[in-house]
Design a protein around this ligand. Structure first.
Ligand SMILES: *Cc1c(COP(=O)(O)O)cnc(C)c1O
Length: 418
């Protein structure tokens, strides 16, 4: 649904009464559509889809997703704890982490599964849990991310065990009598079926090396179109070459490998909106720019500053006839005292200002930023300039809006100071 259509006067009135601005709105129906699609990813020998919770880890969101039989990919011990506290079954949680906490054993004893992401992690797991099964995350040597900062495979990426270190892996497995049951590769393969075909082949080459492996986890990285000119991943289409590779592998080796996928972006990105208000408008004279200042910014939405990410933005006038105003160009900035707090960078170049055209904007108008469900609320410069963490709301399929996270108070922000 187009932003102005979804954020009609009735919804904005509810939102004002419930949370005010800034706040996030998550559209439950949109999340459910994505999880339904995920469950249809072709997998000839069984599929277990997981949600990469780091994209948006709020309890209410985790519950909606888990209710549909979808597991969890956690990126830290804290995320494991958070998922358990949200009521997720330990067996449904898989931990793939850059930092394995000293007390990780407590989660494993509960039933959480680990993908060892380095040789030292595998050794530590073996020391604590000899004679058991374990998953191994490899870096298959191929990378594909939207930007250098989102690239998670290849020699420039630190994620997973480098694919040429198979002997070292085998030696540690043997030393502790461990059985490799899963192989994990998450390289952020995007929307191109041919890249997924290569990913599947490289990953199956690793599965071939370890004959005890029963399932293959291809991670996430399924891109979605936030802007009208971007292309969303057709999950069923990119799944075709993956399924074909699994079938061919089974015919050749007799091994029927189960598939796991674990998208984050795909599930929530386009289900989330950041709603803020225009709190000031300034200009820098002829030859300069006209700036809209929001009552939110990098404290809620860091992706534009970090990746020059483009998000759809609608301005909804406070007064009903506002859309008849003449159109003008605006640069949108956040509320932080930081020149990098830019909501409208040029595509591919976060340093350059870009403008968008709107009917003349006035202080108090609503600004709705779409594509803000993944890596926005969860990944921001929260509390910079002492702005409190933002409220979050859920738009239920029946049109009700409910508060799922209150706005932080200044007392909470200060509570650990001594
Ligand atoms: C972040 C992450 C994902 C999800 O990535 P998306 O691009 O959000 O789909 C999946 N698996 C692992 C291991 C991750 O770190």
């Amino acid at each position: 649904m187009e932003i102005p259509e979804l954020f009609n006067a009735a919804l904005l009135a509810k939102l004002e009464a419930l949370a005010g601005t800034p706040c996030f709105v998550y559209d439950e129906a949109a999340i459910r559509r994505q999880t339904e699609t995920m469950k249809q990813f072709p997998a000839p020998f069984g599929l277990f889809p997981r949600y990469a919770m780091k994209a948006c880890p709020t309890r209410a969101i985790l519950s909606i997703i888990a209710e549909q039989g979808i597991g969890i990919d956690a990126s830290s011990g804290f995320e494991v704890d958070r998922a358990l506290r949200a009521g997720i079954e330990p067996e449904a949680i898989s931990l793939s982490t850059q930092e394995l906490p000293a007390d990780f054993g407590q989660w494993i004893r509960k039933g959480v599964k680990l993908n060892a992401c380095s040789l030292s992690q595998l050794r530590r797991y073996g020391q604590e849990f000899p004679n058991t099964k374990v998953g191994i995350r490899f870096n298959p040597g191929l990378g594909s991310g939207g930007t250098a900062k989102t690239n998670v495979g290849g020699p420039s990426s630190s994620f997973g065990i480098w694919h040429e270190q198979k002997e070292e892996v085998a030696a540690i497995l043997a030393e502790f009598n461990l059985t490799a049951e899963r192989i994990h590769t998450h390289i952020g393969s995007g929307s191109d079926p041919s890249v997924w075909q290569r990913t599947a082949h490289l990953s199956l080459a690793l599965v071939r090396e370890f004959d005890t492996v029963e399932s293959l986890n291809l991670g996430g990285g399924y891109k979605v179109a936030r802007m009208p000119d971007e292309v969303s991943t057709d999950l069923l289409k990119i799944g075709e070459p993956v399924a074909a590779a699994l079938t061919a592998f089974a015919e050749e080796t007799g091994r029927k490998i189960r598939l796991e996928i674990e998208p984050g972006t795909f599930v929530v990105a386009n289900a989330g909106y950041l709603v803020s208000q225009v709190q000031d408008i300034v200009n820098t004279g002829p030859g300069g720019h006209q700036f809209i200042k929001l009552n939110s910014g990098m404290t809620e939405l860091l992706r534009p500053s970090l990746y020059a990410a483009q998000h759809p933005i609608s301005i909804i006038p406070r007064d009903a006839d506002g859309s008849d105003r003449p159109k003008e160009q605006y640069v949108i900035v956040g509320h932080c005292c930081e020149s990098g707090d830019l909501v409208t960078p040029a595509p591919e170049d976060g340093e350059t200002l870009a403008s968008r055209e709107f009917p003349r904007v006035e202080i108090g108008d609503w600004c709705i930023i779409g594509g803000a469900g993944a890596y926005c609320s969860a990944m921001s410069t929260k509390n910079y300039n002492s702005f409190p963490e933002t409220a979050e709301t859920l738009l239920n399929p029946n049109g009700d809006l409910s508060l799922i996270r209150r706005r932080q108070t200044l007392d909470q922000l200060l509570s650990n100071e001594i």
